[in-house]
Design a binder for this molecule. Structure first.
Ligand SMILES: *Cc1c(COP(=O)(O)O)cnc(C)c1O
Length: 219
């Protein structure tokens, strides 16, 4: 078994059932991604629209592509024809544009609302207040071409396991509260996208349903 296949097998063992593996292919070569594909993996993610378009062009069409990085409204139209999930919705304006562009191609685009909980200044995402403001507006309820499937978040980039743990705990609490208040009768609101190479075991402990893993697969 090759290195990548071994990495995949070892990660999958730790995920157990009910947690989807999203392989983050950013900065990797087509050959490396193909190796992962040949192990049976079909869900991949990129953080930049340009990279996503290039990948989509050259790689097999049965790959489900997810976007995990910040999305500018002007670029939405390029990905709505094929994107399987957008993890990084961080404004109502962006949601409006996704609705508009998805309608044009007659698709329903699954989206996650990105919640900001980390200590870093640079990370994108909605604060808890902004998240509730967006949901309270109720506008998203009228969108026929968007399925709000859950939340995405990133923990602080730190060795402090307790801090990571407390951030994931907070995300899970907010997820449960949001589900209860706005999505009680919507079984499709069920995804919690938390956990990367360095912290996915902690994320799983706190209810992750989707882990986004790059370096641990390719290293
Ligand atoms: C790069 C990236 C990941 C994967 O990070 P690794 O540490 O390589 O597993 C996950 N989520 C987001 C948003 C990323 O940009």
């Amino acid at each position: 078994m090759g290195r990548i296949a071994e990495n995949l097998a070892s990660i999958k063992q730790k995920l157990g059932s009910g947690v989807e593996l999203i392989v983050v292919s950013k900065f990797r070569s087509t050959a490396e991604i193909t190796e992962v594909y040949n192990c049976g993996q079909r869900i991949f993610a990129e953080n930049r629209v340009q990279a996503l378009l290039e990948r989509y062009e050259v790689l097999p069409k049965d790959i489900q592509w997810h976007l995990i990085g910040h999305l500018q409204t002007k670029k939405v139209k390029f990905i709505t024809p094929f994107i399987s999930m957008i993890h990084s919705v961080d404004s109502l304006k962006l949601l409006q544009e996704i609705e508009k562009q998805a309608a044009k191609v007659n698709r329903i685009v699954p989206c996650l609302l990105q919640l900001f909980v980390a200590k870093e200044e640079t990370k994108f995402g909605l604060s808890e207040d902004e998240l509730y403001e967006l949901l309270e507006s109720g506008e998203w309820k009228a969108y026929k071409h968007i399925q709000v499937c859950g939340l995405m978040a990133m923990a602080s980039n730190t060795d402090d396991q307790n801090l990571i743990e407390s951030e994931f705990k907070r995300v899970k609490n907010i997820f449960d509260a949001v589900k209860d208040k706005y999505f009680q009768s919507d079984p499709k609101f069920k995804e919690l996208s938390i956990g990367m190479s360095s912290d996915y075991p902690i994320a799983i402990k706190h209810g992750s349903t989707m882990v986004r893993i790059g370096s641990a697969v390719f290293s």
